[in-house]
Design a protein around this ligand. Structure first.
Ligand code: GLU
Length: 308
């Protein structure tokens, strides 16, 4: 299989697409991003990274960061994390408040906004946002093997200035006694984690530990144990794309996590980590061309977990 050729073909096909979706504008700082961009990168367990299109351009990883904070939270709390958040698909939009009320403020899963906010609260454990943010960034540096990765403070500030929806979720959970820390501190931490800027190449590299049972096979560095990696992958498969998760499993058939910045991190167990980015979103908030490109990749490589 010639992976470079596959990625070049996909990038060429995506460059010709007319309908590129709509850039998220509820975070004003993201509304300025040029929708005509597309990048894709594949990192394989042997240490190779293949890339095409705008795979070297930094973008806001947004909700993809929830995979990283979930990994940190499971490391700190173990199974006790599941008293804070569930692990069932929600079938609702990423910022929905609906099921929170009927389920006493316990979010359905760690990948909807309410769930990710609960995860941040759980890992704070009395620490100041600064310390937690340093820990999150250290973890991302470690898994991506790249110390240049940074928060985008402008994006974080933009989200804080338009926080009403997420603040409503957080206050609602707090009213149920589900959040321990000050709401603004939890939100500030959450918005910064979402603001992390990465390229497709960095993101694909960062996903490698989920490809090979919790370790980077090439360097031999273990990040988490195999059972935990398997479970994070299954959560990504079931809940990684909000109310588009079923469609993603149907069309792509791989664990993945999307973000409203237009990125998607996808894991092909044993084969590779795929990062794709195009800022235009579909009606549920997932990258329109990202989904299309991943469909092509799976057709060309046979990498779905549902085929042999
Ligand atoms: N920071 C975004 C928000 O809270 C994350 C949403 C997403 O990427 O899906 O609205």
């Amino acid at each position: 299989m010639n992976m470079q050729r596959i990625l070049d073909d996909i990038a060429a096909e995506m460059a010709a697409e007319i309908d590129r979706g709509k850039v998220a504008d509820y975070i004003p700082q993201l509304a300025h991003v040029n929708p005509n961009q597309f990048g894709i990168a594949v990192a394989t367990p042997d240490g190779q990274v293949y890339a095409a299109g705008d795979a070297d351009t930094l973008f806001s990883i947004q909700s993809i960061s929830k995979v990283f904070t979930l990994t940190i939270a499971l490391g700190k709390l173990g199974d006790a994390l599941w008293t804070h958040v569930g692990r069932e698909p929600s079938g609702d939009p990423f910022n929905s408040i609906m099921i929170l009320e009927s389920e006493s403020g316990r979010p359905r899963n760690p990948f909807i906004n309410a769930g990710a906010i609960a995860v941040v609260d759980a890992i704070m454990m009395g620490h100041e946002p600064k310390e937690i943010l340093a820990e999150i960034l250290r973890f991302v540096h470690f898994i991506a093997d790249d110390d240049s990765i940074r928060f985008d403070h402008k994006v974080a500030a933009s989200e804080m200035a338009h926080k009403d929806r997420n603040a409503a979720l957080a206050h609602f959970m707090k009213a149920f006694g589900r959040l321990e820390h000050d709401v603004d501190k939890v939100l500030g931490t959450y918005f910064h984690q979402c603001s992390i800027a990465m390229t497709c190449q960095q993101l694909a590299h960062a996903g490698l530990f989920l490809v090979s049972n919790g370790m980077n096979e090439h360097t031999g560095v273990r990040v988490i144990n195999a059972e935990r990696a398997r479970r994070i992958n299954s959560l990504m498969m079931m809940c990684g794309h909000y109310d588009g998760s079923g469609e993603f499993a149907y069309l792509v058939g791989l664990p993945g996590k999307s973000g409203v910045g237009g990125g998607i991190l996808t894991i092909a167990p044993g084969k590779g980590a795929i990062a794709v980015w195009s800022p235009g979103l579909d009606h549920v908030g997932n990258s329109k061309l990202g989904l299309k490109a991943l469909q092509r990749l799976v057709e060309k490589t046979g990498w779905s977990v549902f085929s042999t």
